[in-house]
Design a protein around this ligand. Structure first.
Ligand SMILES: NC(=O)c1ccc[n+]([C@@H]2O[C@H](COP(=O)([O-])OP(=O)(O)OC[C@H]3O[C@@H](n4cnc5c(N)ncnc54)[C@H](OP(=O)(O)O)[C@@H]3O)[C@@H](O)[C@H]2O)c1
Length: 294
């Protein structure tokens, strides 16, 4: 009998793609769970069973996860209030265990560690909650999305400079689409062992290299400038970003400067059968989105 699969956060960009890929592959019974099931009615129309699951309402989660063999816990976006996201994740792990889920999969981050930065810290402690449960698990440690460059590069191209605190060290980012394919493959597999996969791109790329690619593709000059983490934080503070978000974003650059984001792994190829998309190929395919807005 095929496994009953559940994806949380099915109305998010990643969750939605994972569900769509599972349905295309006809990967057995697919349950799509979201805070607001009405928003994923289209997935029901394509063949998914739809359920309500809000990690902020722990009392409802046991019923939401009932009868599920394998559950993909997609990390939430609640990163503004310290502690909120970790509480949500711990509640979801406890509910999955109580509901009798056999195998839990979790979208973590590469090189998680206990940290003042909410991102690494939440992922580290969520992994610990999973390791301490009675379920078997697959940890899918996602690198930073290459897609994030479409947020930072247009502004940088408009000014001609791109300031980072990465110390121009390499970052092996991965596309969200490759994450979705890898996550879907891991969820649909019949592997009930305990494994950690680093979901990365093909090779680390420095900010200077990214700047050169952006210049080649757009014809607009872009120079990478190395700044300190304090300068980066100050700039974000002046732009009005909330402190936890500043901590998270600065934390990414600091982690990159320390080499934590240079991890290279064959996991995307192994799980999906296809090589991961390079930064160059992603930017080439999304060239129009690089152009400065306005
Ligand atoms: N690697 C990276 O560079 C990177 C970048 C951005 C985000 N992320 C992480 O990866 C996750 C998926 O990325 P994405 O691009 O799909 O983000 P997104 O489109 O912003 O989606 C946010 C996700 O959080 C879920 N969520 C929010 N509150 C929730 C709650 N109370 N209970 C259950 N789920 C809740 C949403 O589910 P519903 O709306 O369906 O309830 C949705 O799946 C993000 O949430 C974040 O943790 C990673």
């Amino acid at each position: 009998m095929s496994n009953r699969l559940l994806v949380t956060g099915a109305n998010g960009h990643l969750g939605r793609r994972v569900v769509e890929i599972l349905l295309q592959k006809k990967a057995g019974t697919v349950v799509a769970a979201s805070r607001d099931p009405a928003k994923i009615a289209d997935l029901a129309a394509k063949g998914a069973e739809v359920r309500a699951a809000d990690f902020g309402k722990p009392e409802s989660l046991r019923a939401a996860f009932a009868g599920i063999d394998r559950l993909l816990l997609i990390s939430t976006d609640a990163i503004i209030v310290p502690g909120q996201r970790l509480g949500q994740h711990r509640a979801a792990v406890a509910a999955a265990e109580a509901a009798g889920v056999k195998h839990i999969l979790y979208t973590s981050v590469v090189s998680p560690f206990p940290s003042d930065s909410i991102i690494e810290n939440d992922h580290f402690w969520t992994e610990q909650a999973i390791f301490g449960s009675s379920m078997s698990w697959t940890i899918l440690r996602h690198a930073l999305y290459t897609d994030n460059l479409l947020n930072s590069l247009p502004n940088a191209l408009a000014s001609g400079t791109w300031a980072t605190a990465t110390d121009n060290k390499g970052r092996n980012s991965v596309t969200r689409e490759d994450c979705a394919k890898a996550d879907a493959a891991a969820l649909a597999a019949s592997d009930f062992s305990k494994r950690i996969y680093d979901i990365t791109g093909p090779a680390p790329v420095t900010a200077e290299e990214v700047a050169r690619m952006a210049t080649e593709l757009t014809g607009k000059p872009l120079k990478h400038v190395s700044i300190t983490k304090e300068q980066l934080a100050e700039g974000m503070k002046s732009a009005g970003l909330p402190p936890t978000l500043i901590g998270a974003l600065v934390g990414f650059d600091v982690a990159t400067a320390r080499g934590y984001h240079a991890t290279v792994s064959p996991a995307v190829q192994d799980l999906t059968g296809s090589a991961p998309t390079s930064v160059r190929d992603f930017l080439t395919a999304n060239k129009a989105a690089l152009m400065p807005k306005g």
